[in-house]
Design a protein around this ligand. Sequence first.
Ligand SMILES: C[S@@+](CC[C@H](N)C(=O)[O-])C[C@H]1O[C@@H](n2cnc3c(N)ncnc32)[C@H](O)[C@@H]1O
Length: 255
Amino acid sequence: MRTTIDEAAGLVIVQSPEGERRYPMASAEGFAAASKAWLRAGWDVKHVYSFTWMGRPIIQLPEDMFRLQEVIYAERPDVVIETGVAHGGSLIFYASLFEAMGHGRAIGVDVELRPHNRQALEAHPLTGRITLIEGSSVDAAVLRQVETLIAPGEKVMVMLDSGHGRDHVLAELRAYARFIQIGGRMIAADGIMQDLAGAPRAAQDWTWNNPRQAAQIFVAEDDRFIIDEPGWLFNEGAAQSRVTYWPSCYVTRVR
Ligand SMILES: C[S@@+](CC[C@H](N)C(=O)[O-])C[C@H]1O[C@@H](n2cnc3c(N)ncnc32)[C@H](O)[C@@H]1O
């Protein structure tokens, strides 16, 4: 794939095995193609490793979190369960939204909660809205612990951001589906891996061994769920698709 951004001509030119496509920059397609190239450059320079949220490093593309904020504010879950805590910036992000909304809490599961991260999260002003669990996200004991923290009927959203191998994410989707009510969502982060084979730090098997594939397999086997794209609440521009590390990520229960 070769993408040429010709600012003088106002064109984005994409050459692929299927041929050459030329898109006006001021089109949804042109913006999407330029964004794809930008995401690849961002991966190469580790752009997502440069942000904090209220003092804690958050390893996410800001647009993904902005869009997720739209979903959380609109759908008002009682609980977000996140697998994959790392420094805890994303947990603090959910907690900060819940604090502002006056309702909601976050449960973070990580196979290794490093002492300095745990200490920082426990000392954070928003710690009251967070529960931390150490252990593998698919471990039966961890799932039992999560279960004790959720009351019957509570509206749960699940964010899967731990191991990103296909089989692990598929196991997580199968395990955490029990917490999701009709209308609720599980988000399989980092499906962008599928498009990164050949990039620095990427493995060749990412073409299939990734969260996007896991989400597709899961919705094919469990017909209560579909992959959905939450509508945008506001759009006065021409862009029509998310600039995202999480393509096809919103696994939504519809029945
Ligand atoms: C990408 S980081 C999470 C980033 C974090 N959500 C954020 O937005 O800043 C992935 C984390 O998943 C954890 N992890 C890896 N495998 C896991 C597993 N099987 N169960 C739970 N956590 C796991 C790692 O220890 C690491 O801290």
